[in-house]
Design a protein around this ligand. Structure first.
Ligand SMILES: Nc1ncnc2c1ncn2[C@@H]1O[C@H](COP(=O)(O)OP(=O)(O)OP(=O)(O)O)[C@@H](O)[C@H]1O
Ligand SMILES: [Mg+2]
Length: 310
């Protein structure tokens, strides 16, 4: 598939502040791309440059082969946008809003079917200012789809929504992908990125610090899988001295790194032989959120090392 979005050496300065510094990435057409990063990392700046709403300082950007800044008019016919903190005319209804958007694009959208897509038909005739936060976001999504866009830019579409409302927006995103559209998503919910995204890029202080599929990022930056025992710290010391495995005390539990599945059998036998009391165990695999927090968070992640890894 060709790339729907191509970014080369993109830089954006606001006076002395370098908000985005020489970033590169591609988004293949028909995929979901999640752009992640802490507050102020440069996500909205990048997103709005791609949408043709902000002018870049340097580098090259193409969306559907077009330069968003100089070919914005042609591009806007083909993309859909939900800005961060989406707001709308307070006294317009969702139905009126969709017809209004249609008039801007010179099309005659069907409000009923667009509102059905986002499960908002029952609010078709309610004023915007009477909608709940989740319903407003759903309207934003319906408006973004009014012109049947090839690329959808969704800047934090699920922020502040309850778990059910978030899931219904995930379903719409999955449908957009199934229809062959490209979705450029920013979010602070790492679980959402892990579930929805084909490719992820993490931006921090204006630079991309990790990119790939969620699995690739976890493998490259995550810790190995671990067995977690609800047991006294002495168990960690015992396992380290008898088996030479790396152990850690974390949140009052003993964690043991697993290099292979055979390790699990050896470790469980040793735990049994130790005679130490233990209440139960579970396995722990790193999530994108674990990796994200380690990459962008404070250096001290709260782990108390009981043993130095072999
Ligand atoms: N119009 C502007 N003028 C000056 N500085 C700006 C402007 N817009 C953004 N910035 C600064 O650029 C940096 C990146 O901001 P941006 O909005 O792109 O971050 P973000 O990753 O979207 O953050 P958040 O997760 O909080 O939405 C921040 O330091 C911000 O203060
Ligand atoms: Mg933002």
């Amino acid at each position: 598939m060709p790339n729907a979005i191509e970014v080369r050496g993109l830089t954006k300065r606001y006076g002395p502040l370098s908000a985005v510094e020489q970033i590169d990435f591609n988004v293949e057409a028909g995929t979901v791309f999640a752009f992640l990063g802490p507050n102020g990392a440069g996500k909205t700046t990048t997103t709005e440059i791609l949408e043709g709403l902000r002018r870049r300082t340097g580098g090259d950007v193409r969306v559907l082969g077009l330069d968003p800044w100089t070919q914005g008019y042609a591009l806007h016919q083909r993309i859909g946008v939900i800005p961060q903190d989406f707001r709308f005319f307070e006294k317009l209804t969702p139905k009126e809003g969709i017809l209004y958007y249609g008039s801007l694009f010179g099309t005659r959208p069907d409000p009923k079917s667009l509102l059905a897509r986002v499960d908002l038909e029952d609010k078709a005739d309610s004023h915007f200012d009477t909608l709940s936060g989740g319903q407003k976001q759903k309207l934003g999504l319906a408006l973004a789809l009014t012109n049947n866009p090839e690329v959808c830019f969704l800047d934090e579409p699920t922020t502040g929504l309850d778990p059910q409302a978030r899931r219904s927006i995930w379903e719409v995103i999955r449908t957009l992908r199934r229809e062959g559209r490209t979705v450029f998503l920013t979010t602070h919910y790492l679980e959402e990125a892990e579930l929805l995204a084909d490719q992820v890029a993490i931006i921090h202080h204006g630079k991309i610090i990790a990119s790939g599929t969620p699995g690739e990022i976890i493998r490259a930056h995550g810790r190995p899988e671990r067995l977690v025992f609800d047991a006294p710290p002495a168990l960690g010391e015992y396992l380290h001295s008898t088996l030479g495995v790396a152990t850690e005390l974390r949140d009052g539990r003993v964690e043991v790194s697993l290099e292979s599945n055979r390790d699990a059998l050896r470790i469980l036998s040793a735990v049994d032989a130790s005679g130490l009391p233990w209440k139960g165990f579970s396995t722990r695999t790193e999530t994108l959120e674990d990796v994200f927090v380690r990459l962008v968070g404070p250096m001290d992640d709260g782990a108390l090392k009981s043993e130095v890894p072999a």
